[in-house]
Design a protein around this ligand. Structure first.
Ligand code: 2HA
Ligand code: ZN
Length: 271
């Protein structure tokens, strides 16, 4: 067996959480990440028949039965993942009935997965239907994204438009736009269901007064989506009220056409 601490999926989780912490996005225990693993890759590092313990999922995850995820722990700090991955991360397999997660590695101190596990798992279910190559759900509390969401309407077309208007990268990186949820109680099945519903159309979902979810085929893609929103939200907040040059809708359309992208409906006014 190879040493799991050198496995690319463990190393990448360590690097991503460390990057997010250093960027100031994940204070204290803020943020959580889950990544769908390939069983044959995992078998190079672990005997997947050895279940350490089972942890109730708290909701019906049967659609993901047999799927294996590496996930950050509840109450754990992104700041600490790199120095102790085996305590701050866990690898879990969803049981046949979807009621339990079978712990295969990690959460060494008796811990369990993030409180946002329902939102993560429900988002995986929806994103896998949109894109079979989907693997990652990442949640973070990036400062400028939350600031922009504080001063802007929660209308997701308006929020998406403001981002597209502020940085020419935006429509190219997220032509599908950003879904926005109103302020809700987090850590619940209800916010999980609402998040997953938004994920039918968007890879990015803002939780008002809280943070953002990004998804993708790998950690780079999920991180890159959040990073692009956050960079642009910073531009928006720095320029607030003083913008003279916003990107015209014709140019946004031109960028999308150049890259053969289908953009979120109802955002651009091209009359
Ligand atoms: O786990 O970010 O949304 C801490 C959070 C909850
Ligand atoms: Zn959060």
């Amino acid at each position: 067996m190879k040493n799991i601490l050198n496995a690319p999926f463990v190393v990448e989780m360590c690097e991503t959480t460390a990057n997010m912490y250093r960027l100031g996005w994940d204070e204290r225990n803020g943020g959580n990440i889950s990544c769908l693993l390939d069983q044959s890759e995992l078998e190079q590092y672990l005997n997947v028949n050895d279940v350490i313990r089972t942890i109730p999922t708290g909701f019906d995850a049967a659609e993901l039965a047999g799927k294996i995820f590496i996930v950050t722990g509840t109450g754990k700090y992104f700041k600490n993942v790199q120095k102790d991955p085996e305590t701050n991360l866990g690898i879990v397999r969803i049981s046949k009935d979807g009621k339990n997660a079978e712990l295969l590695w990690g959460f060494k101190d008796g811990g369990k997965f993030t409180s946002e596990f329902p939102a993560h798992m429900m988002s995986h279910i929806v994103r896998l239907k949109q894109d079979p190559e989907h693997r990652v759900v990442a949640h973070s509390h990036p400062t400028y994204t939350i600031a922009m969401n504080t001063v802007c309407s929660t209308d997701e077309k308006d929020f998406t438009h403001k981002l597209w208007q502020s940085n020419t990268e935006c429509v190219i990186v997220f032509p599908d736009g950003v879904g926005v949820l109103p302020c809700m109680v987090c850590g619940t099945e209800e916010i999980g269901i609402a998040t997953a519903k938004k994920m039918e159309k968007h890879r990015l979902v803002v939780w008002t007064n809280h943070g953002i979810y990004g998804t993708g085929k790998n950690l780079d893609e999920a991180f890159g989506l959040i990073e692009t929103v956050e960079k642009t939200a910073q531009i928006y907040m720095l320029a607030l009220g003083r913008a003279v040059n916003v990107i015209p809708d014709q140019i946004i359309k031109g960028l999308a056409d150049l890259w053969n992208l289908t953009v979120m409906e109802g955002v651009l006014d091209l009359e």
